[in-house]
Write a protein that binds this ligand. Structure first.
Ligand SMILES: [Zn+2]
Length: 289
């Protein structure tokens, strides 16, 4: 624990040092921007090709071909979902929560993208619609669909509560991959930090601690994406339900989540291209590159 008061007294120029203006780490002007007008026109003509229901406190796998859309929808009641994305061609190319956060900020909404891990670092999916985009940031600094949390897991829970709970999102995602025939140890190595769909979170202003509050999501709300590459998705319906009180237990009311995969008519995405591999030539200065 940090001490209640600093152990070092402030220097004479503390005020001036604190007054230095911040600069954005990664100005995104130079990023390849999605053609949102094209995406919007295509999403107006979608037809469903697949549907997967994720039961409460469980996870399920879904497949989305590049150029198709997928939607995660709240059905029975407020419910948070923990989303993992993998390239269908190479499961080691996975969603990179930390770099996505550095590029787009703490929470994602329409126009933001889910980026993949090194050495790929390219858009895996683009948010094409978000019925909670009205929420913005509330008076506590909270917002929806975060990339600041990780995923609830049995290890942290055991440290804090000395209890073994098997339906944390981390374990749910492992079981969902294992149900597809994957060795559970390999699955555990592939599960990664998530996009916390519908989760309302932030950092407390006084202590900077990660907080959650009851999600504002209601039945009928959804977040929708364009798959920029062939994707395998894994979605867990978090045991925290709306994450308004506690997770990592069977206490909260939990509801199913619905995933639909949708296709646009032929030609509706004319001009769209699957993102190429990252252009860095590699080598890391070791020679030969
Ligand atoms: Zn969870």
């Amino acid at each position: 624990m940090k001490p209640d008061t600093p152990e070092t007294s402030a220097p004479d120029d503390a005020k001036a040092r604190r007054a230095v203006a911040p600069v954005i780490c990664y100005p995104t002007d130079g990023l390849p921007a999605p053609d949102m007008a094209l995406y919007r026109a295509a999403r107006a003509q979608l037809s469903q090709t697949d549907e997967v229901i994720v039961p409460p406190r469980e996870a399920r796998i879904f497949h989305v071909p590049a150029g198709h859309f997928f939607r995660i929808e709240c059905t029975g009641g407020p419910q948070v979902g923990d989303l993992n994305l993998f390239s269908a061609a190479d499961l080691t190319e996975r969603f990179y929560s930390g770099k996505t956060r550095a590029l787009h900020g703490t929470h994602l909404s329409t126009g933001d993208r889910m980026w993949s891990s090194f050495p790929h670092l390219r858009p895996m999916a683009t948010v094409t619609h978000d019925t909670l985009d009205w929420y913005g940031f509330d008076e506590f600094g909270g917002s929806v669909h975060d990339v600041i949390g990780t995923r609830c897991d049995p290890y942290t829970h055991h440290m804090l509560a000395s209890d073994d709970y098997h339906h944390c999102c981390h374990s749910n995602l492992i079981r969902a991959l294992a149900a597809e025939g994957m060795d559970p140890k390999m699955a555990e190595g592939l599960v990664h930090d998530v996009l916390n769909v519908f989760m309302c979170t932030g950092f407390t202003r006084d202590t900077g601690q990660y907080f959650m509050k009851a999600s504002p999501v209601r039945p009928g709300d959804f977040i929708e994406f364009l798959a920029e590459i062939d994707l395998i998705g894994a979605l867990s319906a978090c045991p925290g339900g709306d994450c308004g009180s506690e997770h990592s237990s069977d206490v909260a009311a939990c509801h199913p989540l619905k995933v639909t995969v949708l296709a646009a008519p032929a030609g509706a995405l004319a001009g769209w291209q699957m993102p190429a591999a990252n252009g860095y030539r590699g080598g890391h200065g070791l020679g030969g590159g």
